[in-house]
Each structure stands twice: as C-alpha cells, then as structure tokens.
Design a protein around this ligand. Structure first.
Ligand code: FE2
Length: 398
C-alpha cells in the first residue's frame, strides 16, 4: 500500500479536488437512439432526458439514462466530423468520460493541471435563468477523460437526482414505452462501484502515479500476475481510490503468458489505445438483479460447473476464520444463476460479468453486491480467466 499523497491527506471542503459524486458516465456510440433502447431493454435504465435536433442540438444527440444513482449519457454525432463519430469509428462504442461532480469545476481543473494533469478542454459554463452547469475536462489514460462538473440552482445535483434537468438544452422524455415497464420490473442497479481501465504493457505504474499526483487518489489494492493469471493469459492490476473512497479505479496492464492476455485483446481491438474496460454496477440483491437481467436476455460469462464444487468451502472457511456469518444467499440459486462468490477478511461479495456490450471485445459491465468485502473478487480470477479464455478462443484472439 502506498502512503496518502498530501492532497488526499488534507481533503477538506476547501480541497478543490474533493469529489462529491460520479456525475455521469459518457459513452460515445454510433447510434445513441438505438443504444438507449438496448440499455433500457437489457439493463432496465430509464430513458429520462434527451438533447437532439428537437431541442436545437444540431451537431449531436445525447440521451440521459438513469437507474438508482447511475447516470449514463449516450452521445452520438449528427455530422461526420463530430467527436463521437470519429471515436466510435476508431474504438467502437465505449466510455469516453467518467465525469466527477465537484464544488467548483474550474478550480478542480486548475488544481489538477497544477498537479501535472493535461487539459482535455477548457472550463465551459452553460446557464439559463434557473441555474448553471460548468464542465472542465482532464485527459487520463488513452482515449478516456475525466470531466469535472459543478452545478448550481435548478441543475444542482440534488435536483438532478430528483428528476431535474441534466443541463440547459435537455428536455424530459415523455411516454418512453420501456420506462413504465422498467419501473414495474426493476433490475436494482444502484450506483457505479468501480470503473476499470486497461492500459498498455508497462504503463500501469505510470497511471497509478498519475492518479496519486494529479487527483490525490491513493492505492487501495494491488494484485500481480501470481494472483490473477492462468497458465495461459494474465494481467496485473492496481486499484486506485479517491480520498473519500467515492470511486475506485482499478488499472490493469497485460502480463506475459503462453497465450494472449485479455487486456492485450482489448487493446488490439481498441486501436492500441488505453480505455475503460468495465463498469461495475452495484446492487443490494445480486440474485434478484441477475434473475431479472437474465430474463431480459443479458449475455453473461459462463462459469465452469467445477467452480461450485469448491467455492462454498473456500468462501465460508474465510468468513468463519474472520468471525463473519457465512454466505446467506441460497447456494443452489447462486449456482443456477452462474454467480461468482468471493470472501476476504471483511466479508464477502457476489459478482457476475457480462460479455462485451458491443461487437468489439472491449467494454463490459460487472454486476456486484458487497456483503462487507471491499475487494474485487481475487479468488474468482482463475475461474473467470478460464471462462474468458474460452470466449477469446471463440473469437480467434487467444
Ligand atoms: Fe470489477
């Protein structure tokens, strides 16, 4: 574990880099209208707001999708020169921006640049009679960026969470057919638990240092290829966390194996550029969420049957050893739903990973439920990698 950097150690309300929330996650996609329907239908998101030609947005369409405290902006370009058009051609659909709510976006941006960060774009304020939203962009690994977002008046975060508008220029979507259905058949996703980046071989420590120095994050966990490798393919990972643990950002790099690392496969299909590999979405009830997501047709990784021959002994021994109650979820249902379980000294977690969300083997989701454990399912890496290798092999990428 590294020590806290000075800006983390002194985090107070006056620290410009104090993070309030994950403001939103912005995806650049080829067709936001169709992507909105997919994420609503498969994952139960509300298609809540829109900015497009009908609201006077002549160059891009944006959809705000919400579920719990998760806000996703799906953006596509209306012209060939738009950023989303260019990047979706280059990288496929994926995450562009993990945007962070702060008290003053301009101050946060200036501080991050003073700390060695590079600007993605200058602070810009959008306002009307009711309030304002300020955005300021910081480049991070590869094609990804962090926007700092600060909000006032009708656009303040509490208002947004209560159904207020995202920013000037958006309008509410009325009568979206799936919204009522999703309200009655919830998937139970609550917030972004962590966001994982894949970076190039040899670059993990560069970005670990970047998060420490530029954003004042500290290292939370560290895994090496002995933890997370099979005989064939492996990776290394360090988990960075903001000072208040609002967001955790594991950073992966490929590790050598007999066959191709899953991280290298991602990079190969992401124009050899680092980017967001997965978003972990938190639920309070893994079984109910996975049951509903499977019913909707979400494509999850298949876990080898043999996994369940040893998992309960491994996990419950760890829990008993540290004085925790054993896994309360029904073991048969966990197995039938193909859910992964892991434990550490603080408790246990349930998790499951989707297959890629688009044709390229790049971005996917994790659905995670924590029962005390704050880690990332290290005990599952081996089973998981075996499953991933089967998929990589099917794609001809192993
Ligand atoms: Fe994860």
């Amino acid at each position: 574990m590294s020590t806290l950097s000075p800006s983390t150690a002194s985090s107070t309300a006056t620290d410009p880099l104090l993070l309030i929330d994950v403001d939103h996650v912005r995806f650049y996609v080829g067709n936001a209208k169709q992507a909105a329907f997919f994420y609503a239908s498969a994952f139960g998101f509300q298609v809540e707001q829109i900015a497009d030609l009908t609201t006077g947005s002549r160059d891009r369409a944006m959809y705000l999708l919400t579920q719990g405290n998760i806000r996703i902006i799906l953006e596509s370009s209306l012209t060939k020169d738009g950023a989303a058009a260019k990047e979706s051609a280059q990288y496929g659909d994926g995450v562009k921006d993990l945007a962070l709510t702060v008290f003053d976006a301009e101050k946060a941006w200036k501080q991050a640049i003073k700390n060695g960060g590079e600007s993605a774009y200058e602070p810009t304020t959008y306002s009307d009679d009711t309030g304002s939203v300020t955005f300021a962009g910081l480049k991070t690994y590869g094609r990804a960026q962090h926007s700092f977002v600060s909000r006032t008046g009708a656009y303040a975060l509490p208002s947004l969470k209560n159904g207020g508008l995202f920013m000037p220029g958006f309008r509410m979507v009325k009568d979206y057919p799936l919204n009522d259905y999703n309200h009655k058949n919830p998937c139970g996703l609550k917030y972004v638990d962590h966001a994982v980046g894949n970076v190039e071989l040899g670059k993990m420590n560069t970005w670990v240092k970047w998060y420490e120095e530029v954003l004042g994050f500290a290292m939370f966990k560290h895994f090496d290829d002995k933890d997370i490798g099979t005989e064939y393919s492996s990776l290394m990972s360090k988990v960075m966390a903001s000072g208040n643990h609002l967001i955790k950002m594991p950073i992966n790099e490929p590790a050598a194996g007999k066959k191709k690392s899953q991280i290298q496969e991602y990079l190969d299909w992401h124009d050899n550029t680092a980017g967001v590999q997965h978003l972990a979405l938190r639920t309070d009830d893994e079984l109910t969420s996975i049951t509903e997501l499977r019913r909707r047709g979400v494509d999850f990784l298949t876990i080898p049957e043999t996994y369940y021959e040893t998992v309960w002994k491994r996990v419950n021994a760890m829990l008993t050893q540290h004085g925790h109650t054993v896994v309360k979820e029904d073991h048969t249902r966990v197995k039938d739903l193909g859910i992964l379980v892991d434990a550490d000294d603080e408790g246990y977690l349930l998790q499951l990973f989707t297959k890629p969300l688009q044709d390229r083997p790049t971005l996917f989701f994790e659905i995670i439920c924590r029962r005390g454990s704050q880690s990332f399912g290290k005990g599952n890496f081996k089973a998981l990698f075996e499953s991933l290798e089967v998929e990589q092999d099917r794609r001809g990428n192993l």
